[in-house]
Design a binder for this molecule. Sequence first.
Ligand code: NAG
Ligand code: NAG
Length: 477
Amino acid sequence: MRLPTFALLITPAVSAITTPQAFASSSDGVYKLSQYFVPVRGSGTPGSNSTWSLSIDDTASGHKQTIKGFGAAVTDATVAVFNALPAAKRTQLLNELMTPAGADFAMMRHTIASSDLSADPSYSYDDNGGQTDTTLTSFNLGDRGNAMATLLAQMKSLQPALTILGSPWSPPAWMKLNRVLQGTTVNNNLDHTYASQFAQYFVQYLKAYQSKGVKIDAITIQNEPLNSNAGFPTVYIFADESGSLIQQNVGPALRSAGLDTAIWAYDHNTDVPSYPQTVLNTAPSYVNTVAWHCYAPSNNWTALTTFHNANPSVAQYMTECWTSAVHTPWYQAADFTMGPLQNWAEGVMAWTLGSDTADGPHLAGSGPCDSCTGLVVVDTGAGTYSYRVDYYMMAQFSRFIPKGAVVLSGSGSYSFSGSSGLESVATINPDGTRTVVIENKFGNAVYVTLGTKSGETWSGLVYANSVVTWVLPPVGA
Ligand SMILES: *[C@@H]1O[C@H](CO)[C@@H](O)[C@H](O)[C@H]1NC(C)=O
Ligand SMILES: *[C@@H]1O[C@H](CO)[C@@H](O)[C@H](O)[C@H]1NC(C)=O
């Protein structure tokens, strides 16, 4: 097996590779972004391995969406556990997350004040003791907001191409009909008396982060607007209400404040595509992007292709899907990255980037996720961290698909009902190399042969229950 030098990998723009490379991460932990059998030109020698055929269109006719990045949610839990690490360990961790030394994440979503993955008590950036604050005089990031902004600034300094999305779980209590952050689903709606304060809250937040060196690229005005839950901060926002808040209030407020932060629609499950469609139709001056989560019953990412076909100029992202040490399978992150990429998503983010060894900290009570495990798990007592299988599965994409890569149309992926099958997605990268990510959900190795429309054939082994990433040289190289 050929051993490419690491320098070639991290400086592709300077010298695109001329020989293929392959890397694997496997459910059994034998491979963790490890070098693996490189594919050979032609149909190769499968021996008695099972075989599988894939094809891609790597010519101009096969070009689909352009990639922005991959990453995860920077929650209060993430910030708290990262800050519990000794300085040298924390530096090492951030370097691995945000550079080609590791996952090379280039897109993060952060929680605007508390989510369910915050320690008690829940809070907003303008609680004001529950009293109305029409002038937002009491707006304050607080300790946790300041720590969040500091971490995001450090991430941005390591990854200058980082795209940051911000999403709130609830407006301040006093802006709501029920006047509480959490505790009841009754009247859990915005009080439109304060629609202009609702908009100014985003302006204040964006300026406060900017003053800490963090440019926020995009917001959604509400995480999961159809999820009214008493157990943690939420607010219910109807589709037409969301569109009108953006068109009449939030959009104009951002513009008059000189902020170019984008506003993405929806931020919820794929089973109600009429919601983002209504937002796009109601707020055409401000919205051209839709954010999706993975929690619909029988979630099927082809909903994004259906949405794309109806809205070909609208960008789409997968902005939240959980990973859990006890509830999700080894291929959870591979599935929720692969599926959206095959269906026009320009980026994918997991929930949550970090947690402690008890899946926290999180709010108390029965609403919050008490089994959401970070891609990174920090043992706060020992001052050490470790990566979950989900980290490696995402990194099999993020490390080899740079920002600016273009997804190629392809065929040959197939999943059987249940947990077996072979799925693939390919990109052509800014330096002309091609990345092919292959997810093998069979318990045996599979010998894959890939045909390209440019006229090449590549073949190689894909380990059992793993994701293998091939990096192929530019066409004709
Ligand atoms: C499967 O393919 C690999 C890579 O070509 C080869 O090393 C191995 O011997 C094959 N296994 C069998 C059982 O033929
Ligand atoms: C998703 O929907 C598509 C199109 O209807 C279908 O071909 C595919 O089998 C579905 N996938 C799953 C996992 O149900």
